[in-house]
Design a protein around this ligand. Sequence first.
Ligand SMILES: Nc1ncnc2c1ncn2[C@@H]1O[C@H](COP(=O)(O)OP(=O)(O)OP(=O)(O)O)[C@@H](O)[C@H]1O
Ligand SMILES: [Mg+2]
Ligand SMILES: [Zn+2]
Length: 369
Amino acid sequence: MEVEGSSSGARPAGLWTHLQRLVTRPGPLAHPEFTPSPEILDLLRDTVRVLVVGAGGLGCELLKDLALMGFGMIDVIDMDTIDVSNLNRQFLFRQQDVGRPKAVVAAEFIHGRVPGCTVTPHYCKIQDYDDLFYRQFHVVVCGLDSILARRWINGMLVSLLRYEEDGSLDQSSMIPLVDGGTEGFKGNARVILPGMSACIECMLDLYPPQRNFPLCTIAHTPRLPEHCVEYARLLLWPKENPWGDGAAIDGDDPAHVGWILERAQERAAEYGIAGVDYRLTQGVVKRIIPAVASTNAVVAAACATEVFKLVTSCAAPMNNYMVFNDEDGIYTYTYEHERNLQLSSGQELAVADVSTPNTVIFTLELTDA
Ligand SMILES: Nc1ncnc2c1ncn2[C@@H]1O[C@H](COP(=O)(O)OP(=O)(O)OP(=O)(O)O)[C@@H](O)[C@H]1O
Ligand SMILES: [Mg+2]
Ligand SMILES: [Zn+2]
């Protein structure tokens, strides 16, 4: 591949043609203050600092997307090590990486693949760092699998906000949060301008409750293989107590899952229900919703695009919540989720003096964060 030199290392030349077009031409969707310039790409490479939270299914996609979009200074934080079950979709990892920290391996992979892009890994929990760490970044983008962790990072960014004496928000203290989430064939992407638009706390009601089956169905009228597994798990296990001492079910212990499987198969035979096997049993016991690589790819691409828009102003950011579903055909819908100004203090620390997020287009302050 043809390579051109640059201050922070050589970069493949052809890669940037399309990005150049985006940042060197005006357009109807651009921020009113957007000044087209080829130097914007230098800014992405040398100045803008992006934090990627999570290096799992979404995180791998995000790192690849951002590195190939010209971001040159990326940090990634993840507390986990690589499991063999990650390899089918977390494509920055290989068999020989199993057991190593995801953040470290992901950074190594990007370094090897995208010259000139520096990825700094952090193998720890987001909660291990304080405000000084998070203040360094211009944008934070999340590919997490936990509501708790999302709430924590959201709270951290809200706590960094500063206000003027007249109560208005000091915009230079605001670090935008782009959040992606997926579950099977469903996903969402959102852009949060802390203190200005709806944040994670404002949207908590959107999380669906865990899917459970009615107990009467499980006990009396099973119709699905899942009902049989739930019968063994919820009713037989506590009664027969097969491992003694009220031992809890360990969904990763093949003996435990095997015990439930056998009982579930007996139940299924009694009611003429097909389809109870080990995989299904473990899936129900561990509440596994299989991760779908294509959903991750779409949601991460939407998030990376939003990061690009936020820092370049070449287009207005999404306002502010996109749902995506490719379970049956492809469906997307974007709407503006409103702030919940009734939140108790501490949930959202203060209320910014902003009429509506519609009228506000964020401009990134690139001087000091
Ligand atoms: N508090 C946290 N601090 C740092 N990283 C976190 C935190 N909470 C979750 N993560 C990381 O977010 C990532 C989420 O990615 P994902 O769920 O795709 O990976 P996984 O849990 O290994 O895969 P799967 O859930 O499909 O088995 C994980 O790698 C996990 O370590
Ligand atoms: Mg997970
Ligand atoms: Zn909020």
